[in-house]
Design a protein around this ligand. Structure first.
Ligand SMILES: NC(=O)c1ccc[n+]([C@@H]2O[C@H](COP(=O)([O-])OP(=O)(O)OC[C@H]3O[C@@H](n4cnc5c(N)ncnc54)[C@H](OP(=O)(O)O)[C@@H]3O)[C@@H](O)[C@H]2O)c1
Length: 394
């Protein structure tokens, strides 16, 4: 491709980060022509001539041949990206919620209009996971992808475990540092990790799974007694997303806090860093590690997508196009720690086996095996219960 003329949507943490990173890069002939933002009255630190609040100034400009979408509103992002692709403009996006919810349509739009949509920045910030899953791990030897995919919740858990910080102070710090999404529930309740996991599952195993069909549970109910339990067992709690093959070559996935032992790579992933362990039949395990949030690291990942477009790169979705992709199954068992205070809350959980049990006037817990199906059936009820759940598997 010749010169890239960019129309940028969003000038928040990542949009401004991209602007800075792009100024320093000499390897790609790309220039931002216009920047569309929501609030025209906000003070900006670059020339006002760039800014508009009218999306049409970008989408209707024939000179702009690449749209970079970095806004914090998934519904508006969907309209912007869809319109851009329909008008023959390739797009780079960081919006995992929009991508995970509309992936089937986004793939069809790329094919129909012969354009590309790149989104490596949408999962794991600066770590190039998606393109590696797509290009390097492009065969059926891959067995699982397990990772800390959300920088904000990992920052919060690091501050709690390593510095004894309170949950609310740690969340406030994550927000001030630009690691957190505008709506913190997105990070701490595991939705951000869930959307990223859905995208990684497509590029790892060729399957698109609607986010609503995947179990996710976050860290917002974490209590002092859960931290004490983890410490006594020599473990740390991290929010972990996992997709893996089952024994019959199908796949299963979920997002849950996990009680990690020190021998695991992701045990040492702290602060806003992300870490992803890729397992395969013959290479055992490989580990990717890097900053998963923040304006400049994520801006670098966006620049990498822009450079890829400069070289005409597009995802081929090779695994998605194979005739027999694996099936998504939910009848498998996981070993979990469940902390509760009321027996009526506990009664929603159908454990098939219990290996540890503790009861006191302050709180109770059990460790045992439960099916993903059971957890999925009570997913919408869980936010109303006073419980904390974490997987125990290493
Ligand atoms: N922050 C991170 O570390 C990180 C990491 C990876 C991916 N991401 C993703 O990157 C995207 C941006 O995140 P962010 O942290 O940079 O968000 P942010 O700091 O909240 O900035 C959002 C920007 O979007 C603009 N905006 C909102 N609605 C708009 C609309 N309808 N049309 C045009 N502009 C609109 C806002 O305009 P105003 O400036 O006028 O308010 C603002 O400039 C999100 O999809 C996020 O999930 C973020």
């Amino acid at each position: 491709m010749n010169k890239l003329t960019i129309g940028l949507f969003g000038f928040g943490t990542v949009g401004a980060g991209l602007y800075t990173v792009l100024q320093k890069s000499k390897t790609v002939d790309a220039q931002i022509k216009r920047i569309c933002i929501k609030n025209p009255d906000k003070r900006r630190n670059i020339d006002a001539k760039y800014f508009t609040s009218n999306a049409e100034d970008i989408l209707g400009d024939p000179e702009i041949n690449l749209v970079v979408e970095l806004i914090d509103n998934a519904a508006a992002a969907y309209d912007i990206v869809k319109t851009a692709l329909q008008r023959g403009k390739s797009v780079v996006s960081g919006n995992k919620a929009m991508l995970a919810e509309h992936m089937t349509e986004m793939i069809a739009l790329q094919q129909k209009h012969n354009v590309a949509l790149l989104y490596d920045a949408s999962a794991c910030g600066s770590i190039p996971v998606i393109r590696n899953l797509e290009e390097y791990y492009d065969n059926d030897l891959l067995t699982s992808v397990t990772g800390i995919l959300n920088g904000s919740s990992n920052y919060i858990l690091s501050k709690i475990f390593n510095e004894g910080e309170t949950y609310s102070n740690a969340l406030k710090q994550a927000q001030e540092l630009g690691f957190a999404e505008s709506n913190p529930s997105f990070d701490v309740d595991g939705y951000d990790s869930l959307y990223k996991l859905v995208i990684l599952t497509l590029h790892a195993f060729g399957v698109i799974i609607p986010p609503s069909e995947v179990f996710n549970f976050g860290i917002s109910n974490l209590a002092e007694c859960d931290i004490r339990y983890a410490r006594e067992k020599g473990r740390k709690i991290k929010l972990v997303a996992r997709v893996g093959k089952t024994e019959d070559n199908n796949i299963t996935l979920y997002v849950m806090p996990r009680m990690l032992t020190p021998d695991l790579y992701i045990y040492s992933v702290e602060d806003e860093y992300n870490g992803v362990v890729i397992r395969g039949q013959f290479y055992d395990k490989q580990f990717m590690f890097g900053k998963g949030a923040g304006g400049l690291p994520t801006g670098s990942a966006v620049l990498s997508d822009i450079t890829a477009r400069f070289h005409d790169y597009r995802y081929e979705y090779k695994k998605f196009c194979t005739p027999n992709p694996p099936k998504y199954v939910t009848d498998n068992l996981v070993t979990v720690y469940l902390r509760y205070r009321n027996v009526s809350d506990f009664e929603h959980f159908r454990f098939v086996e219990i290996s540890e049990k503790y009861t006191s006037s302050e709180f109770c817990y059990v460790v045992g095996k439960i099916s993903i199906n059971n957890l999925l059936s009570i997913k919408s009820l869980l936010p109303t219960l006073d419980v904390f759940l974490a997987t125990m598997c290493s």
